[in-house]
Design a protein around this ligand. Structure first.
Ligand code: AGV
Ligand code: CA
Length: 313
């Protein structure tokens, strides 16, 4: 029996978990990817574009193109993190064929997004795992697409005191995807789009740990599981305590939520986005703020089973 497929447009920023998310989306039989675009936030654009196109070549069915973003942020990501896209792009699994077939889209990401939303009769779900700049620009350019957006599912923000930005002139209360372009997040908050949020605290139950790595190593005879293991070999796991470089499955949880909402529990929080000063990029709960649906609890084992089973298919 045919399952009804959700139409998903995916905009990501080339991190290890962004690229793993692309792979998993291609494996979901209840999802139809209508478009993919890459924003050079937590990555460099060229290797992230190559890696995305190679992942689609290897694991997709050859109908997609990938759009480049020309968006620029306010606060650049640390270089060490942006380098990760080079490592994924260089994986032998993605370079076996020696060529890239999936084309680069003619239009830039925000215009590509507008086209894909307009083109589809059905409403599109937007999945964003980097900053919201391309969506903010799309809404400015074509505000009428709002009605054709089913919802936005975003990895971004935190409602706790401690964020993950540790930079000069900042107070540490922001999450990076908001901090890169706080005004873009504020622009999207101003829209009437339904927002599902995987915030920083939503991912506390899904750090990268050694037992997870061992599981992927043990099952590496499956090409897709080997790919997960290779990707997560590039980033530091949680061992004794969490540091600023410890890796969580931030974007993969967000992507899994699109495929299977039963993995998590959500609660609605009203909030605003700080756009200036030492708290720029902070999302704060406020009585008269705009509602967002925030993931507050994850079935950790079900989540890891879900992503690993998808990888085996
Ligand atoms: O803040 C989480 C976001 C997610 O979209 N990114 C990484 C995920 O793709 C930024 C980030 C925070 N801490 C990081 C990050 C780290 N230790 N390494 C790389 N990126
Ligand atoms: Ca990301």
């Amino acid at each position: 029996r045919e399952v009804k497929k959700k139409k998903i447009y995916f905009n990501h920023d080339g991190g290890v978990d962004d690229l793993v998310s692309l792979f998993l989306l291609l494996r979901m039989d209840n999802v139809e990817l209508t478009g993919v675009s890459v924003i050079p936030a937590d990555c460099y654009l060229e290797p992230a574009m190559y890696a995305s196109r190679k992942i689609i070549d290897r694991f997709g069915n050859g109908e997609l193109d990938v759009a480049e973003s020309n968006s620029r942020g306010k606060n650049p990501f640390p270089k060490d993190w942006r380098m990760h896209a080079f490592y994924v792009d260089a994986l032998p699994i993605l370079n076996e064929s020696g060529k890239i077939v999936t084309p680069v889209a003619k239009k830039k990401a925000h215009l590509h997004l507008i086209d894909m939303v307009r083109q589809n009769e059905e409403k599109t779900t937007l999945l964003f795992t980097g900053p919201l700049t391309d969506l903010a620009r799309a809404l400015d350019e074509a505000p009428e697409i709002e009605e054709k957006i089913e919802r936005l599912v975003w990895m971004g923000g935190t409602f706790r005191e401690a964020g993950n930005v540790h930079e000069p002139e900042h107070d540490g209360t922001a999450e990076w995807n908001v901090f890169w372009d706080p005004e873009a997040a504020a622009r999207v908050w101003d829209s009437s789009i339904e927002i599902d949020l995987v915030a920083l605290e939503s991912t506390n139950q899904v750090p990268l740990t050694l037992d997870v790595r061992e599981r992927w190593a043990a099952e590496r005879k499956y090409l897709g599981v080997d790919f997960l293991g290779q990707c997560y070999a590039m980033v530091p796991p949680l061992i004794h305590f969490s540091t600023n470089s410890t890796y969580y499955l931030w974007d993969v949880l967000t992507t899994a939520f699109v495929g299977n909402r039963d993995l998590v529990k959500v609660q609605t929080i009203k909030s605003i986005v700080h756009t200036d000063g030492p708290s720029q990029g902070r999302t704060v709960e406020t009585a008269d703020g705009r509602p967002v649906n925030v993931v507050y609890d994850v079935d950790r084992d079900a989540f890891f089973n879900y992503m690993t089973e998808l990888a085996k298919k």
